[in-house]
Design a binder for this molecule. Structure first.
Ligand code: ADP
Ligand code: ASP
Ligand code: MG
Length: 820
């Protein structure tokens, strides 16, 4: 005999009923079958709502109509396939059950509450009707059907009317009394049991799995099969994580822990009866019967996984009891737990601090008041004498659990688990490890539960590392970045890095796509977009899809966006920026950014702020971390000024080379932005701050790349037309420099705590002497690098190199390393 159980998802409509009947008949040809059914999907939820509303004196019609619709469509659908189906009989059964239901509800309405004994009768109706339909369908398909009435056979010994637990020994004896009718298909409604008085009880939501396990134990079945809507048990809920791994086998203990800690695919009480009687359990997919499924048995698993699964259990509260009365007093824990159990509240997880000062435990949130009331009563004296502090309650919590027999004695599993949560910016309220070392659990905020499962799953099961980008500013650099990402996607995929651009915005509009914006035509999509840039929508996309490594990239030069980085970091985004405005605003904001990043464990990266793609900031930080100290700095920090002053070496006039630089796009559209020296000053300030100097932009002494007092007013064209008036000044400077064997360069320097941007003449031996044609160079004279400085040199501007620099920062956000 084999027991086959089909869940509500497998019985949603007539077509599914047919599918189930065929699977059963097929299997019945190999060995005798006992079939356990749930209510069709949605029916029990509606019955629960009916009870709730009626108890509150509200109308439950909407839910009754929904139930009626499900069954009348089901009966009609079945009749359409099988003309010989006894549909009238089914309709009568349905009417009878509904009229009994109506009577029960009338009582509930009068009482203003629903006693558990009545609630159990109401909730069990879905299964009764489900089985009635299947019976007629199997008969119509020519099968011989025998019914098992659970109220008469599955006898409960504890758990009350709504969470009944079955006395297997007693139930087995009842089954043993009757001979089995060979060749008949046995059929039993799931979720239901009886007590000594023959009353109806239910087994708790999702309890048909448990019915099947108990039936298998009672019938000494060779196998218990749970048929559902997925291919088996996965490493975590496949609805949550797309690349969840199918587990081919699980030990009884692993399956028990997974289901206990929330894996909905199995009711937590299912495993005990089959483990006790050594019955193998197979999880199969009704929609894909050929798939092998997951085998739960005493056998050793052939999948060499340390961690088998990750589950989450939501809707919990954590209660903590603390106070001097806890310390060293024998029996406190015992009293607490006895009190809680007396109140009929089940404890899901317990942790105690080693100081014995406090003890915390998790319970279902709807039991919280009950637990507090009984504890307050039991420990009245202790509370009055300040031996215990007021019970602390943290609600809306969830437990995330890692489960696997292979975790035993393995090092580093807990560390990796907690690191994955930390990297995803998830705070852990408490942790607990079973002494079997088969599971380890962390309590986290319920709203972070899905992210926590996703983050842990990535860490333990996936080689891939994910980055989800939101690019703000899609002009030169931002556009080039998105295109570079598009081109590099397959290269990075081979290295297990998946970058998704989930958002692109410019000053006018924003596009968001949780699956990743189509990078083949993102420019057109953005052109047609109408929604404006919004942190709220980016944040809700991240929260809704449980993205764990979101990065905002700022490729604008906008002050307002720079002023929002603290909000971005606070909302859980890493920030990568090419925009210099944040790092050159007030010292307060500068520190606040770094502090927020630290506290939120997010990265704030800005290597392109100075020298574009040249690895400037990271090198400086590495040196300073290693104990170096900046003594002096000289740098050519502007591509346009590098070009202009380099051309002066060739004897060209200042006005000509400035026009040339402008024509080939080396300068900003208005060259005064470059000649003013402010941009160089910003870069210099960023370097100085990096070296630990607390300075502001006003502290940087700026000498313009123009003669002193030069009239720089008017339109760009007017200014350009006036520029030849500056030629004589530069010619004189140039001649003087030449006489000394030097050349003119526009240099940003840091020395003796002062920052200065100015035109300087440098001799042949100076590292900046040969730097021209738009190249940048940065000479760091430090304690370690002297007398010869550390020089970084290369193009320090240009869309492609800058975008590549931003790209490098984006990749630096990958903060956990996989071990394989
Ligand atoms: P049924 O109606 O067959 O009882 P359930 O909805 O109760 O089905 O359980 C199946 C669902 O359990 C799956 O659709 C899946 O989303 C969910 N689930 C949660 N965790 C897991 C897991 N670790 N493996 C497989 N399914 C899981
Ligand atoms: N129908 C019940 C429920 O929805 C039992 C089950 O489906 O397992 O909870
Ligand atoms: Mg289920």
């Amino acid at each position: 005999m084999r027991v086959l159980k089909f869940g509500g998802t497998s019985l949603a409509n007539a077509q599914r009923f047919n599918q189930v009947a065929d699977i059963v008949i097929n299997n019945h040809q190999q060995s005798q079958i006992a079939l356990v059914l749930s209510a069709p999907s949605g029916v029990t939820n509606n019955l629960v709502a009916v009870v709730e509303k009626t108890s509150q004196g509200l109308s439950a019609d909407e839910h009754l109509i929904a139930i009626q619709k499900i069954f009348s469509e089901l009966i009609q659908g079945l009749k359409e396939t099988y003309v010989e189906l006894a549909d009238q009989l089914l309709r009568n059964t349905f009417e009878n059950e509904i009229s009994e239901l109506t009577q029960l509800l009338e009582g509930v309405r009068l009482l203003g509450q629903c006693p558990p004994s009545i609630e159990a009768r109401i909730l069990s109706k879905g299964e009764v009707l489900s089985v009635a339909c299947m019976k007629q369908l199997l008969i119509a398909k020519g099968q011989n059907v025998e019914m098992i009435i659970p109220q008469q056979k599955l006898i409960s010994f504890k758990g009350g009317y709504l969470e009944a637990q079955i006395d297997i020994k007693a139930s087995r004896e009842l089954f043993a009394k009757e001979a089995i009718v060979s060749n008949a298909i046995y059929l039993m409604p799931g979720f239901t049991a009886g007590n000594e008085a023959g009353e109806t009880l239910v087994l708790g939501r999702n309890g048909s799995d448990y019915s099947a396990a108990v039936l298998a134990a009672c019938l000494k079945a060779e196998c218990c099969e749970i048929w559902t809507d997925v291919d088996g048990v996965y490493s975590c809920d496949p609805r949550l994580v797309k690349d969840a791994k199918l587990l081919t086998s699980l030990s009884y203990a692993e399956a028990m822990e997974l289901s206990y800690f929330g894996a909905k695919v199995l009711h937590p009480k299912t495993i005990a009866p089959i483990a006790q009687h050594h019955i193998p359990c197979l999880i199969k997919n009704t929609h894909n019967p050929q798939a092998e499924g997951t085998l739960i048995s005493a056998q050793k698993s052939d999948q060499k996984l340390r961690v088998k699964g990750i589950s989450d259990l939501k809707g919990l509260s954590m209660l903590s009891i603390s106070g001097p009365g806890m310390k060293g007093i024998v029996g406190m824990a015992g009293r607490i737990f006895t009190t809680i159990s007396r109140a009929g509240v089940s404890i899901i997880l317990i942790t105690q601090s080693s100081s014995e000062y406090s003890l915390s435990f998790c319970i279902y949130s709807n039991d919280t008041q009950k637990a507090i009331d009984t504890l307050n009563e039991e420990f009245k004296l202790e509370f009055e004498n300040n031996l215990l502090e007021e019970i602390d309650v943290i609600d809306k919590q969830a437990i995330i659990s890692l489960v696997g027999d292979g975790m035993k004695k393995e090092k580093g599993v807990a560390a990796r688990f907690l690191m994955a949560l930390t990297d995803a910016s998830i705070n852990v309220t408490a942790i607990a490890q079973g002494s079997s070392e088969r599971s380890i659990s962390a309590v986290v905020s319920e709203k972070k539960a899905n992210e926590a499962v996703t983050a842990c799953h990535h860490s333990f099961f996936s080689k891939a590392q994910f980055i989800d980008l939101f690019v703000i500013g899609c002009g030169g650099v931002g556009g080039a970045l998105v295109d570079q990402i598009h081109r590099q996607q397959s290269y990075l995929a081979e290295r297990n890095i998946a970058i998704r651009v989930c958002g692109v915005a410019n000053s006018r509009a924003m596009i968001l796509d949780v699956e990743g914006v189509d990078l083949n035509n993102w420019r057109d999509l953005l052109k047609d977009a109408t929604d404006e840039l919004s942190l709220v929508s980016m944040k809700s996309l991240v929260d809704g899809s449980h993205i764990i490594n979101p990065v905002i990239v700022d490729c604008t030069s906008n002050d307002a966006i720079a002023a929002r980085y603290v909000d971005f970091l606070g909302a859980g985004f890493h920030v990568v920026t090419a925009n210099k405005k944040a790092n050159t605003s007030s010292m307060d904001y500068y520190h606040q950014l770094r502090l927020t990043a630290l506290m939120k464990r997010r990265k704030f990266l800005y290597d392109t702020n100075v020298g574009a793609g040249l690895p400037v900031i990271e090198n400086m930080q590495n040196l300073f971390n290693a104990g170096d100290r900046l003594v002096k700095f000289n740098g050519i920090l502007s591509g346009s000024l590098s070009f202009i002053f380099g051309k002066l070496d060739e004897g060209k006039s200042f006005s000509d080379v400035t026009s040339e630089a402008r024509n080939i796009g080396f300068t900003e559209p208005d060259p005064r932005d470059d000649l003013s020296g402010t941009d160089v000053a910003r870069k210099l300030l960023i370097l100085a701050r990096e070296a630990g100097m607390e300075l502001n932009l006003d502290d940087v002494e700026i000498e313009q790349a123009l003669p002193p007092g030069f009239d720089d007013t008017g339109t760009t064209d007017e200014f350009m037309a006036r520029l030849p008036e500056a030629d004589a000044y530069f010619k004189a400077l140039q001649d003087k420099a030449n006489e000394e064997g030097k050349v003119l360069r526009y240099i940003g320097s840091i020395e003796d705590g002062k920052c200065k941007c100015s035109i300087m003449a440098v001799d042949e031996n100076d590292p900046l002497n040969k730097v021209k044609d738009g190249e940048n160079a940065l000479a760091f004279y430090s304690q370690y690098y002297q007398p010869i400085p550390l020089v970084l040199r290369g193009y320090g501007a240009g869309t492609e190199v800058t975008a590549a620099g931003v790209f490098a920062d984006v990749l630096r956000t990958l903060n956990w390393k996989q071990e394989f």
